[in-house]
Ligand binder design. Structure first.
Ligand code: CP
Length: 324
């Protein structure tokens, strides 16, 4: 979270960090370990207020009078729906730009589209866009509060926050833990934001995948690169596999999906290489039979359902921290 001149107050006046200094959420890379922990703690509180994993409960009301716009230029189920529910539960009105049926199809630019939303009374926009950096442009071109719902291969901050929360609870903390991230790391905004969040929270990250999909990550602090799946998984405390972006696989990096799956696909048997009981994460949507088997996705190791369930409270926490 970054940008903007005036510090914004946090929702909780007794907050140990004092005023929350960020107006926007572009990525997690600017968040300190304390700020990440505060956000995760607040998400736990929000989840408890909602009545555990039950359907929506009473609104905490921090966004009363606000209108949140959902501008998703790329497809989404989890992120869009959970942001919408989070905003509504916080007392906001929501409006979905529905890009496919909007004037974007007539050639209206991103800046003009967002300015139009702003003029109609939208105060915060959750933006998903194929162009890395689009949220920074949106914040510069408008007076809107911007929350990044995923930009190109750059960042997916709320996914990283919900993954960190899911892992923190499954592992009893992240300090000193070894997390393996397997797959198309190079093109993954989820992987990049997770690397920032997990290493900031004290974990080490091992990335594994075909050479073209992991190249250069050995330069990231707290990250090592494994050339084989066995090496990536060995003694890992948790394993995250990524959606193979079928369009990218076709464009290069692996000879075929079948080859990828045979070398890097996760199975229950292969997961035995990880630490005993190591949980499995996947940001979704999954390509079962490619990056993991259907059996593994629905096995006891799988935290995929828990990741999704943490989506609404994490996004409520983010709205709460950014609230004017
Ligand atoms: N993990 C994730 O971003 O899923 P969606 O594309 O469904 O939002």
């Amino acid at each position: 979270m970054t940008g903007g001149a005036a510090p914004q107050p946090v929702a909780d006046p007794l907050h140990p960090l004092g005023p929350w200094p960020h107006r926007h959420l572009f990525d997690v890379d600017h968040l300190s370990r304390e700020q990440l922990e505060v956000c995760l703690d607040l998400a736990v509180e929000m989840r408890e207020r909602r009545g555990g994993d039950q359907p929506p409960g009473p609104s905490p009301g921090a966004l009363a009078g606000q209108t949140v716009g959902l501008a998703f230029y790329e497809g989404s189920t989890r992120t869009r729906v959970s942001f919408e529910l989070a905003a509504r539960e916080m007392g906001a009105t929501t409006v979905d730009l529905a890009v496919a049926g909007s004037s974007v199809g007539k050639g209206e630019s991103l800046a003009d589209t967002l300015r139009t939303l702003e003029r109609t009374g939208v105060t915060t926009v959750v933006l998903r866009h194929s162009a890395a950096g689009a949220p920074y442009l949106a914040a510069r071109m408008t007076g809107l509060r911007i929350v990044n719902g995923g930009d190109g291969a750059h960042a997916h901050p709320t996914q990283a926050l919900l993954d960190a929360l899911t892992l923190r609870e499954a592992l009893g903390g992240l300090a000193g833990k070894r997390v393996a991230i397997v797959g198309d790391v190079a093109h993954s905004r989820v992987a990049r934001s997770n690397i920032h969040a997990l290493t900031r929270l004290g974990a080490s990250v091992r990335v594994g995948g075909p050479p073209a999909w992991v190249r250069g990550f050995e330069l990231w602090p707290g990250v090592s690169v494994s050339g084989t799946l066995a090496e990536a998984l060995r003694d890992a405390d948790a394993v995250m596999t990524l959606r193979v972006q079928l369009e990218r696989a076709a464009a290069g990096g692996v000879a075929s999906l079948r080859e990828y799956s045979s070398i890097w696909g996760l199975t229950e048997e292969r997961m035995e290489l990880a630490a005993p009981g190591a949980p499995l994460l996947h940001p979704g949507p999954t390509n079962e039979g490619v990056e993991l088997t259907a059996e593994l996705a629905s096995s006891e190791r799988s935290l995929i359902g828990r990741q999704v369930r943490n989506g609404v409270p994490v996004r409520m926490a983010v709205f709460s921290l950014l609230a004017p």
